[in-house]
Design a protein around this ligand. Structure first.
Ligand SMILES: Cc1ncc(COP(=O)(O)O)c(C=O)c1O
Length: 427
């Protein structure tokens, strides 16, 4: 029990850090190690000291329906009351799989897992099994999980390992190039003839910036991969079920061979999905292994079923589009009022705010023009004013955000910017 006398983040952190390294269970959270939330509801969060925040982090994406959505809670609670894992199949699992296939439209089969990190590895295994090749091509600044073969430090000189203990040799499995550069893709394919099993990409780059694919880029990837017998994998972990029911595939009109989903797919509950054609996916029923004790648990499957039902039967995508669009426009106006060179780029459901020049940003290299440290210095002021953000610049909008949260956000951001400008002047 945490006593009521020990509720400040700093105090809780002190206890946590004694039993959990760094006081966090995911290294991504080290920058907020002293932050403790007691609960969330819709677009709001409350910290352990009772302060409220409008949440634009949404658990790094999953809470697309808002926190503690009543229909999700009711549906999932009812399902898990019957038990959680049986090491065999359940009807809710069948329902989730059929619902996913029907919703996605482009894929005939799915495998339901726990994390996108795992589902990405399953995709690589399928691609290697199908092609008999070893390498995969990936793009600078994109994230595909924390395991050795995908974790990369993209800062100059790149690519290099991003963690102590990570095998440098595991980066030999991949070729890393800048995104939105088809010439570089063609060159890499030419330099490694018949060696590339897969090309993996976020179809919209959301782990660094919120960078849209240049016209023709995804189509070009499709064409090159088809021509060279390479499996094209879209990592839709962030874009899936956020950019629309059919994710980036629906939005940009290009279909991969395999796609990985996570985050929004289960409305904030833990689940990931690998989707693809019968031809590729049915290898899992033959010699290609994909396993996991918690894969397709009742919890994950019920969450997928209920999240998809909400997404199908409400106006959530129109709502997010409208709210996000208005928020982007109001923020631009506010930044101009303060004479701050902050740019807002992306789509209403996921956009990026950065201190930079107004030129278009199409790659990780171009994103480096932004003054990332200055944005990181702004964030403590937004948090103090009650707008929950991380230092990475990404803002996620949920179906629970609305005109009222937009208005409240503007008032709070005005306070934050006033303090920020004052602070910069006295530095
Ligand atoms: C595009 C992308 N792929 C994969 C992952 C890994 O997902 P997980 O943290 O569920 O393993 C993430 C996580 O942020 C992601 O953004």
């Amino acid at each position: 029990m945490v006593s009521s006398l020990e509720r400040t983040g700093a105090q809780l952190y002190e206890r946590m850090a004694r039993v959990v390294p760094g006081g966090v269970n995911s290294n991504v959270r080290l920058e907020v190690a002293q932050r403790y939330f007691s609960h969330g509801s819709g677009p709001w969060l409350w910290d352990s000291e009772g302060r409220d925040y409008i949440d634009y982090v949404l658990g790094q994406g999953p809470a697309f329906l808002g926190h503690a959505h009543p229909r999700m809670l009711a549906g999932v609670t009812e399902s898990i009351a019957t038990g959680m894992t049986f090491a065999a199949q359940t009807e809710i699992e069948l329902e989730a799989a059929e619902s996913l296939v029907n919703t996605l439209g482009w894929a005939q089969m799915v495998r339901i897992g726990m994390t996108s990190t795992e589902s990405v590895q399953a995709a690589f295994r399928l691609a290697r099994a199908a092609t008999g090749r070893r390498l995969f091509l990936r793009f600078r600044g994109q994230y595909h999980g924390w395991l050795d073969n995908v974790l990369v430090n993209a800062q100059e000189p790149w690519p290099r390992v991003a963690s102590d203990g990570q095998l440098a040799s595991s980066l030999d499995e991949s070729i890393t190039i800048e995104w939105n550069d088809l010439e570089a893709v063609r060159e890499a394919v030419a330099v490694h003839p018949e060696q590339i099993a897969a090309i993996i990409t976020e179809p919209m780059m959301l782990n660094a910036g919120a960078i849209l694919p240049q016209p023709g880029f995804l189509e070009g990837l499709r064409e090159i991969s088809k021509e060279h017998g390479i499996v094209l994998i879209f990592d839709e972990t962030i874009t899936g079920f956020r950019l629309g029911l059919r994710g980036a595939i629906g939005r940009f009109g290009v279909e991969p061979d395999l796609a990985v989903y996570g985050k929004a797919v289960a409305g904030g509950f833990p689940a990931s999905v690998l989707a693809g054609s019968t031809q590729l996916m049915s290898q899992f029923a033959k010699g290609t292994n994909h396993s996991g004790t918690f894969n397709a648990s009742v919890l994950s499957c019920a969450a997928i079923v209920h999240a998809l039902t909400i997404m199908h039967t409400t106006t959530i995508y129109d709502d997010v589009e409208r709210t996000g669009e208005q928020l982007m426009a109001s923020l631009r106006g506010l930044f101009a009022e303060f004479n701050l060179p902050l740019q807002v780029r992306g789509v209403p459901a996921a956009f990026h705010v950065a201190f930079d020049t107004a030129e278009p940003v199409t790659s990780f290299a171009e994103l480096q023009r932004a003054d990332a440290d200055r944005y990181r210095r702004l964030v403590p002021h937004t948090i103090e004013a009650g707008v929950w953000l991380t230092g990475r610049g990404i803002w996620y909008v949920s179906g629970a955000h609305d005109d009222a949260t937009n208005d409240a956000t503007l008032v709070r951001m005005k306070m934050a910017l006033t303090e920020f400008v004052k602070h910069e002047r006295t530095e």
